[in-house]
Design a protein around this ligand. Sequence first.
Ligand SMILES: [Zn+2]
Length: 94
Amino acid sequence: MSEDNYLEEDIEKLSYLLNQINEPIVCVKCSDEFISGQTDAKSLQDYSRIDVGFTDRGLQIWCQRHQLNICHINFDGNSLEKDFRCLEKKIDRN
Ligand SMILES: [Zn+2]
């Protein structure tokens, strides 16, 4: 196997570091405002202003715009695997 193939295989194993979201979590109020046309934002992602972070309970997603909880995941005291590495595409400068 060539070096390129090894590299491709390694990147394949890291594909979970790319955007794998298939069920977006959104603020219901932001979503309602966007859908009803109360904003000129191009997308709900553009309109949303969200904080995400770890808490004593687990992980919380917070709407800055409405100062409301969007979702608070309970880790139930477990320490889950976290991966903070960023996978960026190499820019070809030729
Ligand atoms: Zn909101």
